[in-house]
Design a protein. Structure first.
Lengths: 162, 188
């Protein structure tokens, strides 16, 4: 039962969960990339509750420009990687697993539930951690609560429509 | 350099930089950019219980991502240490609307009135942090991704499920902004 019925683990790459981490030196690269991402999140101010409110109130183009240009840059990069059939430095062929639509309920319902949390906390998961680094230590409680939320989802999963 | 590093970056600099994390992770090790799966990895590592969703080899699947996440925390710290703290330059309209809802302190990245430990004992602080955090964790796990996994990685790969999820993100965000926050922040 089982592994096949599980949704693809985001970030696990084409090899799925069986994929190796590769040489430990790669972990250092991921750490450095993470540090860079934390800096970008902070400087772009997408970690800010105020910016998220501004976005949901449609009172500034800033967040839309940020997310839009991020998607455009990522899309162009992915298209180029596919076009030249680039291999990863780790040696694997780069392949992005397609997400399965199913009934779509999980995306609509899960997305809406996350959206409520996004506006209430003013932070998506990346910024939650970047905010702790920024000294907003109460976000530790938000992360713990998010872990409880994820756990409860895992527990209810067999009974939820997907 | 220091001035540049400490100032707020315009969207046309910040956005493309965020987008570049997608190819950077693909090129490094064929990894898909997505933060929220770390919440699942952490559950799997700490309290998998008998829940099938958490019974997998989290080290193999997600150690790289957890290391990335530790980096995000460190990066947030480093960025906060450079330059003087400044108000987030939100639009006058937003400032006015939030002031009318009872927000007075605009000096941090998030309103200090809501996001501090003592405020957890108030309804608005508890809902913002604890209930909000729960919904973030539950919703991203249910949807199989968050802003990074769906809105950026997913849309960049032209995935319809991600578009549905992103529409959901906004629907939820608008409901919270217009139907929940006004009552919550005013203290009902």
């Amino acid at each position: 039962m089982t592994t096949t019925s599980l949704p693809a683990i985001e970030g696990s790459g084409a090899g799925g969960s069986e994929q190796d981490q590769g040489h430990p030196a790669f972990l250092l690269v991921y750490l450095l990339l993470g540090i860079a991402f934390g800096i970008v999140l902070t400087r772009s101010e997408v970690v800010s509750w105020f910016r998220i409110q501004e976005m949901f109130r449609f009172q500034s183009f800033r967040m839309y420009g940020t997310i839009g240009s991020a998607v455009a840059t990522a899309a162009a990069s992915v298209a180029l990687i596919k076009l030249i059939k680039l291999k990863a430095i780790s040696g694997e062929v780069i392949a992005i697993p397609r997400k399965e639509m199913g009934s779509g309920v999980r995306y609509a319902a899960g997305g809406t539930i996350f959206g409520l949390g996004w506006a209430l906390t003013g932070a998506c998961p990346g910024p939650l951690f970047a905010l702790i680094g920024n000294g907003v230590s109460v976000m530790i409680a938000a992360v713990l609560s998010a872990l409880v939320g994820t756990w409860v989802y895992g527990w209810l999963r067999p009974r939820l429509p997907h | 350099m220091t001035t540049w590093f400490s100032a707020e970056w315009p969207w046309y600099v910040a956005g493309p930089l965020i987008g570049l994390f997608v190819p950077a992770l693909l090129i490094t090790g064929n990894k898909l950019f997505g933060i929220s799966s770390n919440l699942r990895h952490l559950c799997s590592a700490i309290v998998p219980g008998r829940v099938e969703f958490f019974r997998y080899n989290w080290k193999k699947a997600g150690l790289w991502n957890l290391v990335f996440l530790v980096g995000v925390l460190i990066g947030g710290f480093l960025a906060s240490q450079v330059g003087a703290a400044h108000n987030i330059a939100i639009s006058g309209d937003t400032r006015l609307a939030l002031t009318q809802l009872g927000i007075h302190d605009f000096s941090g990245v998030a309103p200090r009135e809501l996001f501090n430990w003592a405020a957890l004992l108030t309804l608005r602080g508890f809902v913002s942090v604890v209930v909000g955090g729960f919904l973030v964790g539950f919703g991203t796990a249910y949807a199989g991704g968050c802003t990074s996994g769906h809105a950026i990685s997913g849309l960049a790969n032209f995935e319809l499920p991600s578009l549905v999820a992103v529409v959901g993100f906004f629907a939820g965000g608008l409901v919270a902004t217009y139907l929940i926050l006004p009552f919550l922040l005013r203290g009902i």
